[in-house]
Ligand binder design. Structure first.
Ligand code: V0V
Ligand code: CO
Length: 150
């Protein structure tokens, strides 16, 4: 259980989002370098991306996996398209796990943190997600991830 004074409880690092210019080449690079398995490649028009989730498997079965998320923009006037034009390829956001993304959004809004979404959005692998403005978290675009199936 969380409350406003304690803030939002983060459960884990779900994924690191990396902006890339060519998704297929980036997938091959990360596969060849780390042997990561591609568990999903999805187009998300609402977020303006085609993205791949590459699984970092934990050796401890009790620990949930985390992911590298490779993000290719669908066009220049999208969050990742603007980021690439401004900064080039690199870390775009970090996604933290939360138990209840809607509850988390409410707590953060009450704290005066700018939540960029009015309601949870569809994320990869069936997750519910919401973004927090980078200027309110020390320059880091931050995503809250409520995974599918709890
Ligand atoms: C922009 N800025 C960033 C940033 N993007 N700072 C850190 N990390 C980023 N990724 C800074 C930028 O340098 C400017 O700072 C300022 O914010 C305004 O930038 P802008 O280019 O004018 O961009 P805005 O304001 O139009 O949009 C920035 C925000 C936007 C963050 C509001 O990108 C957004 O709503 N992002 C959330 C959605 C998203 O990113 N979706 C793609 C991932 P200065 O120069 O003024 O100091 S989708 C995903 O992860 C999914 C589907 C999933 O995980 O399942
Ligand atoms: Co993400």
């Amino acid at each position: 259980v969380t409350d406003v004074l304690d803030g939002v409880r983060l459960t884990r690092i779900d994924h690191v989002g990396i902006a890339v210019t060519n998704l297929d080449e980036a997938i091959e690079r990360y596969r060849a370098t780390f042997g990561l398995a591609v568990v999903a490649v999805e187009t998300n028009p609402a977020q303006g991306v085609r993205e791949a989730m590459l699984k970092i498997s934990s050796s401890d079965v009790a620990t949930p996996s985390s992911y590298v998320q490779l993000l290719e923009p669908l066009g220049p006037d999208t969050p990742v398209g603007k980021f690439l034009a401004r900064r080039g390829e690199g870390i775009h956001h970090i996604g933290y796990g939360v138990e209840d993304v809607a509850a988390a959004m409410e707590i953060l809004t009450q704290q005066g943190i700018r939540v960029l979404d009015e309601r949870p959005r569809h994320g990869s692998l069936g997750a519910s997600i919401a973004f927090i403005h980078p200027k309110d978290l020390n320059g880091v675009l931050t995503e809250l991830v409520q995974a599918a199936h709890g």
